[in-house]
Design a protein. Structure first.
Length: 290
């Protein structure tokens, strides 16, 4: 190995050592905690007895942080988002948003699914302003806000179009605008880009990161795609197979903006995936025993 090659290898090793590392306690000067889950568990009554979906989940998410959660199928990722959204209640433990207990749904939290859930009989503009109309916002204000967020997702000229006239990526951008128009302090995203082709997904990664940077929203993002998690997240949380627990957290310190095909992103994703594979194997083994 030549001296120049050795210096290059040393630089790459140093970069990756800082790009992905287990989360250490953060200094007190950092942003305040927005969302706090304290020893949260969720059990369900199933045909074969009690099913433990989540066990002793403790997570703090700071104001304006982008946190991605990955885990095998059946680990309770969506259950966790439903609890944070207030659509379900934990069997034990506490969920605090802004220091206050979460005891039901609220406009301060919006949950965005893989299925966009747009109303086909409404125009794009009417879909985006629908939530504002349901909460009694005056027509002039809600139309102004809806058009503002359509501009943010670059769909202003499609405001009079209907859902069937849009591509899959455009539909998801409408759904994102409909979420943002409610101006929630916490945006919960459950595999929103999973059904999209790679090119559209990459474009929406750029759009979401731009909007996040401009608005300072706090985002909790569920995905099966480890590269997507590394590309978007400030932190990546790896969950275990059932019962879902926190296996490890990683802080991603690669400079932004990132691209999913970058070698550094791929390398960091490989480190996360090595841990995740152990849990995926547990999931497969359980399926084989059924």
């Amino acid at each position: 190995m030549t001296p120049s090659t050795a210096r290059l290898r040393s630089r790459e090793d140093t970069l990756m050592a800082t790009a992905l590392r287990p989360v250490d306690p953060l200094p007190c000067v950092e942003r305040r905690t927005k969302l706090s889950l304290q020893s949260v568990s969720r059990d369900f009554v199933a045909a074969r007895g009690r099913l433990v979906a989540l066990r002793d989940i403790s997570i703090d998410v700071r104001e304006g942080e982008f946190v991605c959660i990955v885990g095998p199928s059946g680990c309770g990722k969506s259950t966790l988002l439903n609890l944070i959204a207030g659509l379900d209640h934990p069997t034990s433990g506490t969920i605090l948003l802004g220091g206050r207990p979460v005891d039901g749904p609220g406009p301060d939290r919006i949950l965005l699914f893989q299925e966009h859930g747009l109303f086909p009989w409404l125009t794009v503009l009417e879909n985006v302003e629908f939530g504002l109309r349901m909460t009694g916002v005056r027509r002039g204000e809600r139309l102004d806000r809806a058009r503002h967020y359509l501009q943010r997702v670059h769909l202003a000229r499609f405001e009079n179009s209907y859902v069937h006239q849009l591509s899959g990526g455009m539909k998801q951008r409408v759904a994102l605008a409909r979420s943002l128009v409610m101006e929630p302090s916490l945006l919960l995203m459950d595999e929103p880009f999973a059904a999209l082709d790679a090119q559209t997904r990459d474009m929406l990664h750029d759009e979401l990161e731009r909007i996040w940077a401009e608005t300072g929203k706090t985002i909790v993002f569920i995905t099966h795609n480890v590269r997507e998690a590394v590309r978007l997240g400030d932190r990546v949380i790896v969950m275990t197979f059932r019962p879902g627990r926190i296996k490890r957290e990683f802080r991603i310190t690669l400079p932004r903006p990132r691209q999913i095909e970058e070698p550094d992103v791929a390398h960091a994703a490989g480190e996360v995936l090595a841990l995740l594979r152990e849990e995926i194997e547990k999931s497969r083994n359980e399926e084989m025993l059924r």
